[in-house]
Design a protein around this ligand. Structure first.
Ligand code: CP
Length: 305
């Protein structure tokens, strides 16, 4: 039985295959309907979500399976004090596969020890978000036709941003990628993520100014400053507007820049950027469903053909 807790639970070959299957599903949706007939997915979301929960549910329904679950801790027995392990032991008696999001770092690892069915980490606190990374990689591959030989800038809340932590872990296994980490000093990439790159002798830069660096980038991965991760609201208020990508800043960017963002956004990308051909974040949303369909098939050992 396979789980997906960290993106490195998948080999590079497996990730590349998932991307190809995701692309095939996108082109040939009807071929996949009914593949999960009789299978059930539980979406256990202890933390808010729009894209991840609904794309998992849409993915399973499009495969002909069914879904059940909850969208907040308040509507589960967690509110009565039940542990993560007991919840997972219980739900894994009912369903074939589980996607879980939880505000606590490491919650997915605890769940993996308790589960009887494949479990997918749909985000654990500020730690990891591997299915967002699959979505990001599918989008980069679709836009650039490669997962190597580019310069990527990651901008915003790199400290608490689980999407960028997982994305660095994934990209560190591909060739010749330059990293520019753009953040205020209070929201720098955590040392344990930088150590992944250092351990492989991969160079990176840490800078504070987006405008001075945007022209070097092939991919710009914007992130939201996450109010829910700050203990001190004043600190959030001070940092929340530090990066706002607008058409003025894009004047210095390459014409073939790809702008990604895991969403939700608050104000860090101005809405007029949405109409620029370089904006890829709603393509990411769409790809998220298809790559999750591919992942469900893989973890349930269901043949694609
Ligand atoms: N990207 C992402 O995880 O979005 P949601 O929080 O809406 O699921």
């Amino acid at each position: 039985m396979r789980n997906l807790i960290d993106i490195t639970d998948l080999s590079v070959d497996e990730i590349n295959e998932l991307i190809e299957v995701g692309k095939d599903i996108k082109q040939n949706k009807e071929k996949y309907f009914g593949k999960c007939k009789g299978k059930q997915l539980a979406t256990l979301f202890f933390e808010p979500s729009t894209r991840t929960r609904l794309s998992f549910e849409s993915a399973m329904l499009s495969l002909g399976g069914s879904v059940l679950g909850f969208s907040s801790a308040a509507s589960s027995s967690t509110a009565k004090g039940e542990s993560i392990a007991d919840t997972i032991k219980t739900v894994s008696s009912y369903v074939d596969i589980i996607a879980m999001r939880h505000p606590q770092e490491g919650a997915a690892t605890i769940a993996a020890k308790a589960t009887k069915v494949p479990i997918i980490n749909a985000g654990d606190g500020s730690n990891r978000h591997p299915t967002q990374t699959l979505t990001d990689l599918m989008t980069i591959k679709s836009e650039k036709n490669r997962l190597s030989n580019f310069t990527i800038g990651m901008c915003g809340d790199l400290k608490y941003g689980r999407t960028v932590h997982s994305l660095v872990a994934a990209l560190s296994r591909y060739e010749n990628i330059n990293y520019i980490f753009i953040s205020p000093k209070e929201l720098k990439m955590p040392q344990e993520v930088l150590d992944i790159l250092k351990g492989k002798n991969i160079k990176f830069e840490e800078v504070e100014n987006l405008e001075e660096n945007i022209g070097k980038l092939d991919i710009l991965y914007m992130t939201r400053v996450q109010k829910e991760r700050f203990a001190d609201e004043k600190e959030y208020e001070r940092l929340k507007d530090v990066y706002i990508l607008d058409m003025q800043k894009l004047k210095n960017a390459k014409q073939d820049l790809s702008i990604l963002h895991p969403l939700p956004r608050v104000n860090e990308i101005s809405e007029d950027v949405d109409n620029d051909t370089r904006a890829c974040y709603f393509k990411q949303v769409e790809n998220g469903k298809y790559i999750r369909m591919a992942l469900i098939l893989k973890l349930l050992n269901i043949a694609k053909k």
